[in-house]
Design a protein around this ligand. Structure first.
Ligand code: ADP
Length: 731
């Protein structure tokens, strides 16, 4: 080959060290920066980088050398926060792409805890080995006490002096300032208190051990009726993980805080130390401490709600997802994600075990187990002599309650008999407040939340009308705001408060209380209520789903489901599945000990497959029916779904953009797009809403399709576009 003319030969460029940085801002890609010579950077480091005229925070996601000419700015500074372990960082970036979220936005969420500064090191003072020349009486008292390091405040208080005295002693060189040890994370002891598993549990544990020993990705469905000892069994897997590798970290995911309290106690007695808790009620300074502790590997056993999945684990080896079917694993605000699915992906990416525990698995998980994708470990019976309750349907068409009442004669009779035996009753109605709808008898006006399509729910305990969607509330007016009629607003339908009213009227001697998120807003109040039930200070507990799971009430022998049909209305994809799971859980509260339990379901549709399956206690029949109907429609788990929710203040603009977006739908085999349709809640807080639903065959790239489609038509600034992969809410 001829050599090129001299003028075309480029001077040999010198390779420079560069970094790709994801800045914590809604940008689609990482940005390139030069690394100054005196910088030592690693992937996962936090940095300040120039962006336009500002300096922004970011995380280094890649280091490389390049000689390619490019106008790059240098990294401004490294931030002294714990480096994000690489496996966690890669997972976060993957999860961002999976949920169609800008990587910087996703990382910002994962790094929230770092906004709180690290706790300052605490200092204490201790006596120096020098002779103090002529100390005052006060000083002498302090010196006498300062044999072990104490803080200035502690010393001053103990000696009855002001903290100034301590400072003076330090200046004189008679006291030495030392750093007090930080509050660390006690190491869990896998052999602290080993249980004696029964035969079934032992067999299940051996299956789990086999999976564990294969080392690698091992998804397991731990499937057993409530009370069979799933928790006992998975605790052994936790112990195994902690024992096998002294640096291993274990995450136990729980659907809600109320349940955390119960499981926390069991973990503590099993492993000798309280596990690290991570959920919405944990304070910002604790979050910071935990974040750092997880990143350093010191925190090894973490129990938390869905967001605990995004802590910066250094060596995660096992995830347990308790009550894996629970809808609260789906995050519905901000970045929308399904923590269960992402947890399985985390285990898959890094090759470790994930245990999904449930008495009523999600259809997705059950199908995976049936197809052999997950190992299926079953516990068939309750521990000890406890039996599953006997379940009967009450046909409300034949036993209509009296006007203004909601409990039918057969249920009332059974409650009376239970009370006479001095046993406890749970009445289940998954509806907070007094009445779900308030309307005017004079003009028919329905009370709704301002600029929102949702009904106001009457709460008699506070005298207010409350919107459960937006949180709006108002005092219940005397007059109809529409027609002005006096005392015309009428409560329609029952909530738990109204059932309590009926219970007081029918069983005046019985001690009754409500268990809902209104009466037990935090872990302490729910623990206190649970104690009162356990101590039999309550005869009749009227509960929403807050009480349906997890708790073992030994003297509770009757469960009455006030409105079994409730969850079936509204007709979203998982309505039947959710109803089945919730009612199976709720009826499972009866007869947890030696006394036999009974559950009565009030229904207007006793012929519905959900009711039939519940009555026959034939879970498989229900799942088979539900799988068949989903399969016909190619809905999850036989297909995949994605939703696009558009909202805007200007309804005309929204409609125009929705129409244009509909015209831009790419024609792709195996993918269907439905919509745009008005969202069932078409107006929320003054924003109009429209939805698209995307259905894709399982082997299609749903995210790729949605990305290409949405990027093809830029949304006006005034239109908000939210995407939801595997939506659970269709409102
Ligand atoms: P699940 O998680 O399946 O609902 P749990 O693990 O909560 O079941 O067990 C139900 C109850 O039975 C708990 O109170 C638990 O302490 C008790 N239990 C289960 N297995 C055993 C066992 N092998 N020895 C002693 N108690 C057990």
């Amino acid at each position: 080959m001829d050599s090129p003319p001299d003028s075309l030969i480029e001077a040999p460029a010198v390779a420079t060290r560069r970094a790709k940085v994801v800045v914590l801002a809604p940008m689609d890609t990482a940005l390139d920066y030069l690394i100054p010579d005196d910088f030592d950077l690693s992937v996962g480091d936090h940095v300040w980088v120039p962006l336009g005229h500002a300096k922004v925070r970011g995380v280094v996601v890649e280091l490389y050398d390049s000689a390619e000419a490019a106008k790059l700015k240098p990294v401004a500074a490294r931030i002294d926060d714990p480096r994000v372990p690489e496996a966690s960082l890669r997972f976060w970036l993957w999860a961002a792409a999976w949920t169609l979220t800008a990587p910087g936005t996703f990382l910002k969420g994962c790094l929230q805890a770092l906004k709180t500064p690290k706790a300052q090191a605490r200092h204490g003072y201790v006596r120096r080995e020098v002779e103090a020349l002529k100390p005052t009486a006060k000083q002498a008292r302090v010196l006498e006490l300062a044999v072990l390091p104490l803080t200035a405040a502690e010393l001053a208080q103990a000696a009855g002096v002001t903290p100034g005295v301590v400072q003076t002693l330090e200046k004189k060189g008679w006291l030495e300032k030392v750093e007090l040890s930080r509050e660390g994370f006690a190491a869990p002891d896998p052999d602290h208190k080993t249980p004696s598993l029964n035969a079934d549990q032992g067999a299940a544990d051996r299956l789990l051990q086999n999976e564990w020993e294969r080392q690698g990705f091992a998804p397991v469905l731990l499937d057993g009726v409530t009370g069979s000892g799933k928790t006992e069994v998975y605790l052994e897997s936790v112990a195994r993980a902690l024992r096998d590798d002294p640096t291993a970290q274990v995450l136990v995911l729980l659907p809600e805080i109320a349940l955390t309290t119960a499981v926390m106690g069991r973990l503590q007695s099993r492993f000798g130390v309280p596990p690290v808790q991570w959920h919405s009620a944990v304070s910002a300074s604790q979050r910071r401490r935990i974040w750092d502790g997880v990143a350093s590997g010191e925190a090894r056993l973490i129990v938390g709600a869905r967001s605990a999945l995004f802590l910066p684990y250094t060596n995660l080896k096992l995830i347990v997802i308790d009550e894996e079917h629970d809808g609260s694993y789906k995050q519905e605000e901000g970045v929308r994600y399904q923590a269960r699915d992402l947890a399985v992906m985390r285990a898959h990416r890094d090759g470790f075990m994930v245990v999904l525990a449930s008495a009523t698995p999600s259809l997705e998980t059950l199908t995976n187990a049936q197809k052999g994708r997950y190992q299926w470990v079953r516990l068939e019976s309750r521990h000890g002599t406890a039996q599953l309750p006997d379940i009967a349907l009450i046909d409300m068409k034949t036993h209509p309650p009296e006007k203004g009442f909601w409990l039918s004669d057969p249920l009332v009779g059974e409650i009376l008999a239970t009370l006479q035996r001095r046993e406890q009753v749970l009445l289940f109605l998954n509806r907070r407040g007094y009445a779900p709808l308030v309307l005017c008898r004079a003009c028919g006006e329905r009370m709704t939340s301002p600029k929102t399509d949702s009904w106001l729910v009457e709460h008699k305990s506070t005298g207010r009308l409350v919107c459960h969607l937006t949180g709006f509330s108002m005092k219940k007016p005397d007059r109809c705001p529409h027609c002005g009629a006096l005392e015309s607003l009428t409560a329609i339908g029952p909530g738990v408060e109204r059932i309590l009213e009926e219970v007081h009227e029918r069983f005046p001697q019985a001690r009754a209380e409500i268990f809902s998120s209104d009466t037990t807003p935090d872990a302490d109040s729910s623990a206190a209520l649970i104690k009162r039930v356990e101590n039999h200070e309550i005869d009749i507990l009227i509960a929403t789903q807050a009480a349906a799971k997890g708790h073992n009430f030994l003297n509770l022998t009757l469960v009455g489901i006030v409105d079994a049909d409730l969850g079936l209305k509204g007709g979203d994809l998982r309505a039947a599945e959710r109803t089945f799971q919730l009612l199976a859980q709720a009826t499972g509260r009866a007869g947890r000990a030696t006394k036999p339990g009974r559950a009565l379901l009030q229904t207007y549709t006793p012929e519905h497959p959900v009711m039939q399956a519940l009555q026959a206690q034939d879970r498989e029949a229900f799942y088979a029916y539900e799988q068949m109907s989903r399969d016909i429609a190619r809905f999850p788990p036989f297909g995949r779904l994605g939703a696009v929710i558009l909202s805007a203040k200007d309804n005309g603009l929204l409609n125009r953009y929705a129409r244009e977006l509909a015209l831009a739908i790419p024609n792709t085999e195996g993918i269907d797009v439905y919509g745009p349709a008005d969202a069932p809640l078409s107006l929320v807080r003054g924003m109009w809403r429209k939805r698209f639903l995307v259905r894709a065959d399982r082997n299609r790239d749903l995210q790729g399709f949605m990305n290409a489609w949405l990027k093809s038509l830029k949304a006006p600034n005034a239109v908000r576009v939210v995407t939801d992969i595997e939506p659970y809410s269709f409102l």
